[in-house]
Ligand binder design. Structure first.
Ligand SMILES: [Fe+2]
Ligand SMILES: [Fe+2]
Length: 355
């Protein structure tokens, strides 16, 4: 099976990274705003409940609505003069410290990292908004359409809350990383309910929850914590929707289809993992004066690399893929080889019990 972004792969020591460093290529990916996303609309004539759990999730979604303007205390401070994260949790702050920068610079670096990561989450939320809109058309059953529609408004609210946080507190939204843009385009362009659900609901929602939960655990800022808490509450429902949909999809799939989903899931997340934050490192290297290559080398060489690296993967997405039968003995070793699947990783959680 060919790997994604083959042309941008190279080795740092024994690890194969994806590194899109050419500014023209980054620009080309960002400027590609029109994506050929073919969707089949499907009528459903049974307006009754076919899947009780989905209808319950829809009801839960209605009750769980909140207002990103009114329910958030926007007067709370957030800025580069106070630690946004625990210092040890910020890669950029650690780099600033290692290169002898003062504490003010380290704090500002942690703030930059929060703003950059929140910007990537924001762009991911926009993709979720669009793909979930596609699902309202393509889903076969009325329960699925109702639920997907309720998720559309959740995703719009996530785009709202993150963009307001960035505009109001950071004064800017950082552009999308090239690797993320490439992968989100793959999801937008993917054909059929099967791939769209697996790609967005299982892979990216699962990753987002893992990242948000880690950030919330390290957050030192009340506003940021509250935004993450509220978004995560909605994302837990979305993950449950993904699991319910995928259980049926995998259950009805042939062995060949199941194997192809297993390979596809790996190829998407392996590519994300292969970037090893190089997109962010290139972006901030001029400002903080470091070599992205050296930082990546340092990270990859840490004895605890696997444990650190696997945390966002082991949080939700890998346990869910395993339970769905989309990580089996066929592929397990590959996930392990690239430091995504590590049994001892802290904070390991399974599929939402309510699903
Ligand atoms: Fe979201
Ligand atoms: Fe979501």
């Amino acid at each position: 099976m060919t790997k994604l972004l083959e042309a941008y792969r190279r080795k740092i020591d024994s690890f194969e990274v994806v590194d899109i460093a050419d500014p023209r290529e980054i620009q080309r990916l960002r400027e590609r705003q029109d994506v050929d996303a073919r969707v089949d609309a499907h009528w459903a004539w049974n307006y009754g409940t076919e899947v009780e759990e989905l209808r319950n999730l829809y009801e839960k979604g209605k009750r769980g609505q909140w207002d990103a303007e009114a329910d958030i205390d926007w007067a709370l401070p957030a800025g580069p003069d106070a630690w946004m994260l625990r210092p040890e949790a910020s890669m950029l702050a650690q780099i600033a410290k290692l290169t002898g920068r003062d504490e003010a610079t380290q704090k500002a670096a942690a703030f930059d990292e929060v703003a950059y990561t929140s910007s990537q989450l924001l762009h991911g939320e926009q993709a979720a908004l669009q793909i979930c809109g596609q699902l309202t058309n393509a889903c076969e059953r009325m329960d699925e359409k109702w639920y997907a529609a309720s998720q559309v408004i959740d995703e719009a609210r996530h785009v709202e809350v993150l963009s307001k946080f960035l505009q109001r507190k950071a004064g800017e939204i950082h552009p999308i990383g090239a690797t993320l843009k490439f992968l989100l385009d793959v999801l937008l362009e993917s054909e059929g309910v099967q791939k769209k659900t697996l790609g967005m609901q299982t892979l990216f929602e699962g990753m987002a929850v893992g990242i948000m939960d880690m950030l919330r655990g390290e957050s030192q800022n009340a506003l940021f914590s509250e935004i993450l808490r509220r978004v995560e509450q909605d994302e837990a429902r979305h993950a449950a929707f993904g699991v319910l949909m995928m259980r049926r999809i995998v259950g009805e799939a042939s062995e060949a289809e199941r194997a192809s989903m297993e390979d596809w899931a790996f190829s998407i997340l392996e590519t994300l993992n292969a970037n090893q934050q190089l997109d962010m490192l290139h972006y901030f290297a001029p400002k903080y004066g470091f070599e992205p290559e050296e930082v990546a080398k340092l990270m990859l060489g840490l004895p605890e690399f696997g444990a650190i690296n696997s945390r966002p993967f082991m949080h939700t997405v890998i346990p869910n893929l395993r339970k769905l039968g989309l990580i089996t003995a066929r592929s397990e070793e590959k996930w392990r080889d690239v430091g995504m699947l590590v049994e001892s990783a802290p904070g390991v959680k399974g599929m939402p019990a309510s699903a």
